[in-house]
Design a protein around this ligand. Structure first.
Ligand SMILES: [Zn+2]
Length: 262
């Protein structure tokens, strides 16, 4: 039985290998981008949003500034045009924020306590948009589906197939809380997103110094029970050291004009 599954999977694995933009790293992408976007859209639609929250305009403004500069690096046309992106304040007190493939950005009400300034919000959105540009969700979903395919063999007795598949998708989006799965993004994904995110926020006119400060604050605040965002994005010394090492490069790319009004 195991061997049969392996033969079924191998062609998918081989056709699914691509190269990550920027780094040239080899990626396993088994799912089409339109599938990822459709799934993201379905999940986004289910979330409880606060369309009248006065902070929505601010998140949208910062998000659009980031998306606009990120699209200039988007040779594979992964990011939708700025006017097609949707932004929402999510009615959820847990501190979390995300950007989903296909152009959805969500910012939980609980995240504002941890991100009081525009620069802080730009740190988070720059990082999240970089995850989308690098197709990290697709990569995580693909890895998850491989695990799910393995689990199917076990699950034939329990009829639990869809739960594993859905878990793979949600983990891909960094949104596994409802399944009790908060798999951290890999160090590689985090470094790629930190670096690009830092450049994007600087080019959009936000102060990149906010990035090591933000992650440093949260590595302390997280304590023994880290909130969702910091479970999927663990902050540590390496992250902060790397961010500081990229600081001169990022600062050199800030526009000469004054940064946007806070
Ligand atoms: Zn991340």
């Amino acid at each position: 039985m195991n061997r049969v599954w392996l033969f079924l999977l191998l062609p998918i694995v081989f056709t699914g290998c691509q190269t990550a933009p920027g780094t040239g790293r080899s990626q396993l992408l088994m799912v089409s981008n339109s599938e990822v976007s459709t799934m993201a859209s379905t999940e986004f639609a289910k979330m409880k949003k606060l369309p009248n929250d006065p902070r929505l305009a601010k998140v949208k403004k910062i998000g659009l500034a980031i998306v606009t500069v990120a699209r200039k690096e988007d040779k594979n046309k992964i990011l939708p045009p700025a006017n097609l992106w949707e932004f929402a304040i999510i009615d959820d007190k847990s501190p979390n924020a995300f950007a989903m493939p296909g152009g959805k950005i969500g910012f939980n009400v609980g995240m504002f306590a941890y991100a009081p300034t525009d620069d802080d919000i730009a740190v988070i959105l720059g990082h999240e948009v970089a995850h989308v540009l690098n197709q990290h969700s697709n990569e995580r979903i693909s890895q998850g589906l491989l695990v799910a395919a393995g689990a199917l063999i076990v699950d034939e007795a329990t009829k639990n197939k869809s739960a594993h598949t859905r878990q793979a998708w949600m983990t891909g989006f960094g949104l596994g809380a409802q399944f009790g799965v908060l798999l951290p993004f890999s160090r590689e994904h985090e470094s790629e997103s930190d670096h690009l995110g830092l450049i994007f926020m600087a080019r959009a006119g936000y102060n990149p110094e906010a990035a090591p400060a933000f992650w440093g604050r949260f590595s302390k605040a997280a304590g023994t029970k880290p909130p969702e965002f910091f479970s999927t994005h663990p902050a540590d010394e390496t992250r902060i050291k790397q961010l500081n090492s990229w600081m001169p490069e990022a600062k050199a790319q800030m526009p000469k004009v004054v940064k946007p009004v806070q």
